[in-house]
Design a protein. Structure first.
Length: 130
């Protein structure tokens, strides 16, 4: 998806998750495109990527983060203008009300919420930095 010169930055709180990802990536031709960040509970630790990111996949993560607004602000900060987040949550973990609450928080940190209907299991929205 990112092409030959593109980069993928994977962020997780658990070092073990990042280790597993690196191990799997090594078995593919994509291992040289991968950068990883082990973050902490209070921050995604991504400020080095200010205005550098085109696209973020945020799936099944936000509900686990205590300070959701801060995490969304950090994601907003790293996106380029017109950058997007594909934001999803599994519907067996959270309900529509909780998902809508996250969408309200995203709006508070200045994301625009696209009208696109994503017909895939769970809750999905595209968040845009205009
Ligand atoms: C349910 S898993 C989903 C992982 C992946 N997105 C997927 O779909 O397979 C949730 C992940 O969020 C990570 N996580 C939990 N709290 C976090 C935080 N505060 N910052 C970053 N990652 C966090 C967990 O370590 C875990 O790997």
């Amino acid at each position: 998806m990112v092409g030959v010169g593109g980069r993928v930055i994977a962020v997780d709180l658990q070092e073990g998750m990042i280790r597993g990802l690196k191990k799997r990536a090594k078995k593919t031709k994509y291992c040289n495109n991968l950068e990883t960040v082990v973050c902490d509970e209070d921050s995604l630790c991504i400020k080095n990527y200010h205005n550098k990111i085109d696209f973020i996949l945020l799936y099944a993560v936000l509900h686990e983060i205590k300070n959701k607004k801060k995490a969304l602000s950090e994601l907003f900060d790293v996106l380029k203008k017109n950058g997007k987040i594909l934001f999803g949550e599994p519907n067996f973990v959270i309900n529509q009300k909780a998902f809508d609450k996250s969408i309200d928080l995203a709006k508070k940190v200045d994301f625009c919420v696209a009208n696109d209907q994503i017909k895939y299991k769970g809750f999905w929205k595209i968040l845009e930095k205009k």
